[in-house]
Design a binder for this molecule. Structure first.
Ligand code: 5GP
Ligand code: MN
Length: 339
């Protein structure tokens, strides 16, 4: 196993060699794919298709939000039904890229194809990723998997279409260059991508800021019903299945709600719960500075980053909130003690 230490070219050489040797290559990312996951998967797909036309390259993902379908090769994504109809689970790829995914379980339906592959490469930036696969590029210090991927590519071989995918990923995981994961290197990467002639304004406006009418309605509802606890240190909001049916929204329509809760003045942590099925909640957590929400998510079987993490929890919403706030409280006490 070779672990990337961002030290030099040796690992990159291995990667280039593996691509050269492989006849069949697959790419996939985490369930419920977000902008970075879609950007990294399609960025790599574009790069391989355009520069290695002799190879078979397949990309697997759950259905993506329509706002990402402007990416050139979005129609090439293979979804579960088509994959199963083609008998893919029995197929063994020479090379498999697992993108933006902190553990194999999060690959969803594509996990079988990943397990069957001869050589597995993991490209990620989640701090909770313990490492898996044969070759890993896991860089928690980088804003996005798309940023990690950019540094593994030959700049000359990046087309405008590939650059748009990578830029999308960076824009989404940095909240349009606002989060603390935005570094000088992030901005330099974004600059290098702009030089490829990408439609930056369209990508930012149409995929990040634009909301449908019902997305705004559910955002408004979540804000209206949000509750401050721990003397304003934590804010939370709960969206029930019933609300989601009423507004006709699904989970991808809830993007950005927890980020709006986070910027409430005085708040350190924001929690958004939405009901997946009766008394099963997907939890999104954000922090502003000191609380490490990745530790809390990990404790409940999830994962993520220090300031943005998630997990799935069962029980009454009230009990889920109480369990999480107890851990926030204990981290806060430790921090207060440390001074
Ligand atoms: P979000 O709250 O936007 O869904 O996710 C925030 C971050 O936490 C993302 O980087 C996402 O990949 C990670 N995350 C969210 N839910 C889970 C989960 O159930 N398991 C793991 N391992 N990571 C998660
Ligand atoms: Mn990411």
């Amino acid at each position: 196993m070779i672990m990337d230490k961002i030290t030099g070219s040796k690992d990159l050489t291995v990667l280039a060699l593996k691509i050269k040797e492989a006849g069949t290559i697959a790419i996939s990312g985490h369930v419920n794919p977000d902008g970075d996951c879609v950007g990294a998967c399609l960025g790599l797909y574009t790069y391989l298709r355009e520069n290695y036309p002799e190879k078979t390259v397949d990309v697997y993902l759950e259905p993506i939000n329509p706002k990402y379908t402007f990416l050139k090769y979005a129609p090439d994504i293979i979804h579960q039904e088509a994959a199963e109809a083609a008998g893919i689970p029995e197929f063994s790829y020479d090379l498999y890229f697992c993108m933006d995914c902190s553990e194999p379980e999060r690959l969803g339906f594509a996990r079988d194809y990943f397990e069957n592959a001869s050589f597995k490469v993991c490209i990620d930036h989640h701090i909770t990723n313990k490492g898996f696969g044969d070759l890993m590029f896991i860089r928690p210090g980088e804003s996005s998997t798309s940023e990690v991927l950019f540094s593994l590519m030959d700049y000359k071989k990046i087309s405008m279409d590939c650059a748009e995918a990578l830029y999308l990923g960076i824009v989404h995981d940095t909240g349009v260059f606002r989060h603390s994961n935005t570094t000088r290197k992030t901005m330099e990467t974004a600059g290098a991508l702009l030089d490829k002639g990408i439609r930056q304004e369209m990508i930012i406006d149409d995929t990040f800021f634009r909301k449908t009418y019902v997305q705004n309605q559910i955002l408004g509802r979540a804000l209206l019903e949000s509750i401050l606890v721990m003397d304003g240190y934590v804010i939370f909001s709960v969206i029930s299945r019933k609300d989601m049916v009423f507004y006709g929204v699904d989970s991808s329509d809830l993007d950005g709600i927890v980020d709006q809760l986070r910027v409430t003045a005085g708040v350190e942590c924001a929690l958004l719960l939405y009901e997946l099925e009766e008394q099963v909640y997907k939890v999104s957590m954000r922090s502003n500075s000191v609380i490490d929400v990745s530790k809390i998510a990990l404790y409940f079987g999830g994962g993520g980053h220090k300031k943005a993490a998630g997990c799935t929890m069962s029980g009454k919403a009230r009990d889920v909130i109480n369990s999480i706030t107890a851990l926030i409280e204990s981290q806060k006490l430790d921090l207060d003690r440390e001074g």
